[in-house]
Design a protein around this ligand. Structure first.
Ligand code: MN
Length: 424
């Protein structure tokens, strides 16, 4: 972890300016009838989970270019995640990926406590083969034509639940690469039936207080069809499985022009929004940093979430799911955690009574302007104040760079080779 004294001295150099900016924004919001303290408190209470795989360099289908001090395993990953949370105070939990992060539960719990983190949803992996598994997932997993391959995939998911139970997780996220690459390669209906049957067996192993998230993806690694291709199929799955099954929305898993915020609204309406994998994209499943391409879309998603905030039992899981190729992954994750908090803060600034009025009057121009007024507000002083008051850094990346953490772990961790494709 980074020395507290360093964070304090970094903050001391910035605190006066922050207080002045915060006060000015407070006055501005006051004139709009909004209380800055209320927004700050809500932002401070908001956390987004980090995926364990996010702290390593991701890579593309072509190559991976690892940076210095790449984590060697789950315990290094937890160290890195702990530092991200220390700087941002916005990332209190880590989402594990099995079998990549397999380790004795007692060791995982001890390390998590040491670095001040909890565990978020478990992620199963049946999109690649694992050493020791007798069956291959080359032609699918939970929807495979061969029942023993399906059984192996079911067993793997049940094992993920078991591991999760021992580390305090309460959700399983299932994303499969199953699909087809050629017309005629599979029978859509029979393949989906096999998937549903397998998922029912996974669902049956779910503890009462757990949720099962299914994640849709339009294409890749299968390029002609995927079994869980869109939110409609995802919703059908959640309906078919039962109350504990909900849909997970990964922002990158849609065609470029799809109206994701509307999908979010639909899933909320029917109690099936399980959570998010936040990232950003320009062309497809680019896994770019959250808010780096289209921050307005992220804001519109959060606008739907704030609108639904008071619904009973409304508690979607929030996680970042990105692939960092040209940046320091820890710095990208710090910035991305800030981006989701920014979108949340901006959405909290929407004058909902005014918006409702303009909608009722069919005043399209002013309704849109009401959203824009919230989106245009520079909420950085709110984000920085929430971080500082929680013991984090006013400027997380500056403090992280000043700490020399990257150089320190680079000296301790052996360099990894760059060969092979990454996680896409
Ligand atoms: Mn995802």
């Amino acid at each position: 972890m980074i020395d507290k004294g360093l964070i304090e001295s970094e903050n001391a150099a910035r605190e006066d300016a922050l207080r002045a900016d915060y006060e000015a924004l407070g006055d501005h919001l006051d004139r709009r009838g909004m209380d800055i303290g209320r927004v700050r408190d809500k932002v401070a209470a908001y956390g987004v989970a980090i995926p364990s795989w996010g702290v390593g360099t991701g890579g593309t289908r072509f190559a991976r270019f690892p940076g210095p001090g790449e984590p060697r395993g789950i315990f290094d990953k937890l160290d890195d995640c702990g530092v991200i949370h220390q700087m941002t105070c916005a990332t209190p939990s880590v989402s594990l990926h099995i079998p990549w992060d397999k380790a004795p539960a007692a060791d995982l719990n001890a390390k998590a406590e040491e670095v001040g983190l909890g565990f978020d949803a478990m992620n199963s992996n049946t999109f690649q083969d694992h050493v020791g598994d007798p069956r291959s997932y080359k032609f699918g997993s939970l929807s495979h034509v061969d029942s023993s391959t399906r059984a192996q995939a079911i067993e793997h998911n049940l094992e993920c639940i078991d591991i999760g139970k021992s580390i305090g997780s309460t959700a399983l996220t299932v994303w499969i690469g199953d699909g087809s690459n050629f017309p005629g390669q599979t029978d859509f209906t029979r393949q989906f039936d096999r998937y549903l049957d397998a998922m029912k067996q996974v669902y049956a192993g779910l503890p009462d207080d757990w949720r099962l998230f299914t994640e849709h993806k339009i294409y890749e690694p299968a390029f002609y069809s995927t079994v869980v291709q869109d939110w409609g199929t995802n919703y059908l799955i959640a309906q078919e499985l039962g109350e504990k099954a909900q849909c997970l929305v990964d922002l990158g898993h849609h065609a470029p022009t799809v109206n994701i915020e509307m999908i979010v609204a639909r899933l909320i309406r029917f109690g099936k929004l399980g959570g998010f994998h936040f990232n950003d994209s320009k062309y497809g499943d680019d896994d770019l940093d959250t808010g780096s391409i289209d921050p307005f879309r992220l804001f519109l998603v959060f606008n739907e979430l704030v609108e639904a905030e008071d619904r009973p039992g409304f508690a979607p899981a929030h996680m970042l799911d990105q692939s960092h190729n040209v940046t320091d992954p820890m710095e990208s994750l710090m910035m991305s955690a800030s981006e989701v908090r920014r979108a949340y803060a901006q959405a909290l600034l929407v004058d909902r009574a005014a918006l409702r009025g303009f909608q009722g009057d069919n005043d399209a121009l002013m309704a849109a302007q009401t959203l824009k007024a919230a989106f245009r507000t520079d909420v950085e002083p709110i984000l920085a104040m929430a971080r500082m008051e929680a013991g984090g850094a006013i400027d997380p990346v500056a403090a992280f760079r000043a700490s020399g953490y990257r150089a320190k772990v680079a000296a301790e961790r052996a360099a990894v080779t760059g060969a092979g494709g990454g996680i896409v």
